[in-house]
Write a protein that binds this ligand. Structure first.
Ligand SMILES: Nc1ncnc2c1ncn2[C@@H]1O[C@H](COP(=O)(O)OP(=O)(O)OP(=O)(O)O)[C@@H](O)[C@H]1O
Length: 521
């Protein structure tokens, strides 16, 4: 197994919740009900891995994938993305935190005081019954206080201990605004350079003389030069603002407490708190491949147009049409589509070919993270393996990271580096593929694995039947949500939510009666 420390986290998901409102059935119904499709999921997804996600239909797999991509605005929790430098995105929520630092600090103190009070009350409780009842309330208060703390510490780090928050706020805001101005200037330069290249390529193709090309480009060249100068000036202002912060840090040299909080500085971007415009800018990094390629492809667009649509929307080639056409051909070839297919329409393809178009469309944008939602489930078994191998080849070539959602455990086993098992909106087990199949610790995983069909006639393995239907995600069972169907259920399971804990390195499980713990390493 790879060492965890060697791997770079691409997405750090903490306590992700996705609740869908349920429409009230009568005017007398007071309580607002929610479908708790994802109910507090935490995990890291590493760069370059394939993370498989399994679970029964309706357990919240698709919702989780879509929430990560922010196709649904998540109800609660953090989704930190490390695929791009924070400075490049300069999210608005940072500005909001910096502007309101003193007020946010006051609110944090109030949250912390509430936690202290509840903790005292909890410690004084006499019976386990009372403790079970209060545990949830205390946990929620701790979570709110921790979120409020992270909102501040992730942005200002060690300055969390500063007595002069006004000065901290002003200095960090200056740096933030200088960075935003620099980002805008860089984007303008990129656009002008791309236009310049496009005009040059067009003239050269028409075989006009060099002096004519120079004359035609004179105006554009002046614009590019001015934009370059602007970037340089803005870079200097940004560097100066950074130096001001560094100078302030010198006052805390050797201060252990400052150093402790400095480690909370986070270079990730919290996708859950981005504005729509900011998410739009990141959209090309975060892509989705659907189960049903036919309904996701516009029947009135040719393959070339379908692949080019995203490239145009993200102005990847600005006005350089020839370069874009060459690139589309390249992507088609990478995805196993012949060049003559570029003018064909989706109805002229087989299911497998349509899935290749869907893949080409997503991968043309050079994403970093791709959610494959039942991407091969609608295909014949023989085509399934072709598409899976294509996805694996492309992953290797482009260093992609996949979240691979499937109800088919044999597909998941084949493709995944690690696997997460979901039950009724929660992750109940997470481990490397080898560990999970060798020693499943959750009774639900154990039952799922025992039900995989095998061709081995000597295999005398007993199939564990999971009795009953999956309970309602609107009013899920108390305690462990699986207790109503679990053969090992005891009293504690009905009352206490089991912690999702790391039992052996990299193997997490949420269960009061873990299985196979001794055998696994
Ligand atoms: N947009 C929505 N509005 C309301 N409820 C939703 C919405 N999307 C999903 N749900 C509900 O959330 C729960 C989880 O659904 P989800 O599609 O994520 O499950 P799944 O595990 O992907 O299932 P399947 O494998 O069948 O696709 C279900 O109870 C579903 O009815």
């Amino acid at each position: 197994m790879e060492n965890k420390k060697d791997k770079k986290v691409l997405l750090r998901i903490s306590n992700l919740k996705q609740y869908f409102e349920v429409k009230k059935t009568s005017m007398f119904q007071k309580e607002q009900l929610y479908v708790k499709a994802n109910d507090g999921i935490s995990l890291d997804i590493y760069e370059g891995e394939t993370f498989g996600l399994v679970g029964e239909s309706g357990c919240g797999k698709s919702t989780f994938g879509r929430s990560l991509l922010q196709l649904y605005k998540q109800t609660d929790g953090r989704t930190m993305y490390y695929g791009r430098p924070l400075d490049e995105i300069a999210p608005r929520y940072m500005e909001e935190t910096l502007k309101n630092l003193p007020a946010k600090m006051k609110a944090l103190e109030a949250h912390q005081a509430k936690v202290e009070l509840l903790q005292k009350e909890y410690d004084n409780l006499k019976t386990d019954e009372e403790k079970y009842t209060m545990h949830g309330k205390l946990k929620e208060a701790k979570k709110i206080a921790n979120d409020a703390f992270l909102d501040i510490a992730q942005v200002i780090g060690g300055f969390y201990i500063s007595k002069d928050l006004g000065k901290v706020s002003a200095t960090f805001l200056k740096e933030y605004h200088a960075n935003v101005a620099l980002c805008i200037a860089k984007e303008e330069l990129r656009k002008l350079e791309s236009e310049f290249e496009a005009i040059k390529a067009e003239k050269e193709e028409k075989k006009v003389s060099k002096s004519e090309i120079d004359a035609a480009l004179a105006k554009n060249k002046a614009k590019v030069d001015a934009a370059k100068k602007d970037v340089e000036t803005k870079q200097e202002i940004f560097n100066a603002a950074k130096q001001e912060i560094d100078a302030m840090k010198k006052d805390y040299a050797g201060n252990a407490e400052f150093d402790k909080y400095e480690t909370y500085l986070d270079e990730g971007v919290d996708l859950a708190r981005l504005t729509e415009e900011e998410i739009r800018r990141l959209r090309k990094d975060l892509q989705l491949i659907f189960q049903d390629p036919y309904s996701s492809l516009n029947p009135r667009m040719s393959v070339g147009q379908i692949i080019g649509e995203g490239l145009n929307a993200h102005k990847v080639f600005h006005k350089n049409k020839d370069k874009m056409q060459d690139y589309i051909m390249q992507v088609m070839e990478d995805c196993g589509l012949a060049p003559y297919m570029v003018h064909r329409y989706p109805h002229q393809f087989s299911g497998g070919q349509r899935q290749r178009i869907g893949i080409a469309r997503s991968l043309a944008l050079k994403p970093k993270f791709v959610v494959c939602d039942e991407a091969v489930s609608a295909l014949d078994v023989s085509i399934q393996s072709q598409i899976i191998n294509l996805l694996l080849d492309l992953k290797e070539k482009e260093n992609l990271t996949y979240l691979f959602i499937s109800h088919d455990l044999s597909v998941i086993k084949y493709i995944s580096d690690r696997i997460g098992v979901m039950y009724l909106g929660n992750m109940v087990e997470l481990a490397t593929t080898t560990d999970l199949f060798a020693a499943p610790m959750h009774p639900y995983t154990e039952a799922l694995l025992s039900a995989i069909p095998t061709t081995d006639v000597d295999d005398k393995k007993e199939t564990i039947l999971i009795e009953g239907d999956i309970p309602s995600p609107i009013k899920p069972p108390t305690g462990c949500k699986f207790h109503t169907r679990c053969q090992y259920c005891t009293d504690i399971c009905k009352k206490v939510v089991p912690e999702f804990e790391e039992v052996t390195p990299g193997h997490f499980v949420a269960c009061h009666h873990k299985r196979n713990v001794v055998e696994s390493k």
